[in-house]
Design a protein around this ligand. Structure first.
Ligand SMILES: [Zn+2]
Length: 438
């Protein structure tokens, strides 16, 4: 157990924000009606996280900063365990608790989480075959809100709730189509990890079993970066090959993120980011979010320790500055955990460890959430600029794509795309010879 949990904490941990226990001294919502800066002010009601039994320095940071985790794979739990059934499912009730996983509402509250990117991670070669994350978020309106813009993060936090957005872990889910990236945006997705553990039509992965196929980004991948910049989708370079990450940093007009990545300068593994890529992040304005994956900090899982996560964070801060490092846990996306970082309750003790190591409260506030917000705002700024410039949607397509037309009986490639043969394609069956290969 990471934290001592008093009964008072449990009361707001189970999500009774709208109807607190009559005996509870917890205030009714909205907890904070003023600006973020006044959360800890004398005249405002304290944010519930100020009542947690945690380090006073951490409380001061949380008074004006939303703790923002950039990568949590909770959405794969109901998909894998319950075939997507999230409603009226007693085994997946985030309010009651979901002990099988690393995340539920009570533990998010104990962890003081204020904003969360939920990552949708579907195995390679599969599409986003179950997309229920918006519904999951909307099932708990007193706790979560699916937000659209960076400016919503602090508002939701001020209201005592958790701001939620969505990432897609791997563009294999986009069906090799930039148009689907636009569709994901309209469904609430705000970042796309370019690859997962496999190569796809857009980019090479750092862990593909067959090695790189594009050398970095494909032509389609380059077009996708431009389109993501245009629509305001954050580009996530975690998981991509090193050459791909270098190219993304050169190409992207908007700041990028590494939603859950550690660094080779501390521990060498294929998923970790080398120094020269780190050094390119400040010019781009992006952020790298340290992740809690045991295999990314130690050769043997059992050797992984929380202090090693702090090592990665301080290495990044020391090399490229405190403006470019944040936290992306990968909870519910990992098979094993680091002692002290078992689930989403861990943040207060991790935050304390970072401050104990020597980060100032101002530096730590950047890590906790301000850097991610700056990146997101930067992406929105570029989107707005490109709109003003009249940049049109990207219409590039994957070279391997085939074009189909439905003929009323079955699908076949279009023999007459310009209608020059007068086949009267719709209405009457096409000539017999078109039905059968010779
Ligand atoms: Zn991942």
């Amino acid at each position: 157990m990471l934290l001592r949990i008093g009964s008072r904490i449990l009361i707001f941990g189970i999500g009774h924000y709208k109807e607190p226990d009559a005996k509870s001294s917890l205030p009714n919502p909205p907890f904070i009606t003023n600006t973020v800066g006044s959360i800890a002010g004398i005249n405002s009601t304290p944010h519930p996280y100020q009542l947690l039994p945690i380090d006073e320095r951490v409380k001061r940071v949380l008074a004006s900063t939303t703790l923002f985790d950039t990568h949590n794979d909770l959405p794969q739990q109901p998909r894998a365990c319950f075939h997507g059934h999230i409603h009226n499912n007693p085994k997946f009730d985030l309010r009651k608790g979901f002990q099988r996983g690393m995340t539920d509402i009570r533990r998010l509250r104990e962890g003081a989480v204020g904003a969360q990117f939920w990552s949708i991670c579907v195995p390679c070669l599969r599409s986003a075959e179950n997309f229920s994350t918006p519904e999951m978020v909307e099932s708990y309106p007193d706790v979560f809100e699916l937000i659209e813009e960076s400016g919503d993060v602090n508002r939701v936090y001020q209201e005592g709730r958790i701001a939620c957005s969505i990432g897609i872990e791997g563009l294999h889910m986009a069906g090799n189509s930039i148009g689907i990236i636009r569709a994901f945006y309209s469904l609430g997705v705000r970042y796309c990890t370019l690859t997962h553990v496999c190569n796809n039509a857009f980019a090479d992965s750092s862990t593909s079993k067959i090695g790189p196929v594009h050398e970095c980004l494909s032509r389609l991948g380059c077009s996708a970066i431009k389109e993501m910049n245009r629509i305001g989708m954050i580009v996530d370079a975690s998981h991509v090959s090193e050459d791909c990450a270098r190219q993304v940093l050169e190409l992207s007009r908007a700041p990028i993120m590494f939603s859950h990545s550690n660094v080779k300068g501390v521990f060498d593994c294929p998923r970790n980011v080398p120094d020269d890529i780190l050094d390119s992040i400040p010019k781009n304005g992006g952020v790298i979010c340290v992740t809690f994956v045991p295999e990314h900090v130690a050769s043997r899982r059992k050797d992984a320790k929380m202090e090693m996560i702090v090592d990665h964070l301080f290495y990044i801060a020391g090399r490229i500055g405190w403006d470019h490092v944040s936290l992306g846990s990968d909870f519910d996306g990992i098979a094993s955990v680091i002692p002290g970082l078992e689930d989403v309750r861990c943040y207060p003790s991790l935050m304390q460890a970072i401050l104990d190591r020597g980060a100032t409260e101002e530096q730590f506030a950047k890590v906790a959430g301000e850097n991610m917000l700056r990146v997101w705002r930067g992406v929105e700024k570029v989107r707005n600029e490109m709109k003003t410039e009249g940049v049109l949607p990207v219409e590039d397509v994957w070279e391997g794509r085939q074009w189909w037309r439905y003929d009323g009986y079955y699908q076949m490639s279009d023999p007459d795309p310009e209608d020059k043969l007068g086949l009267d394609w719709y209405g009457v069956p096409p000539p017999e010879e078109l039905y059968h290969d010779k």
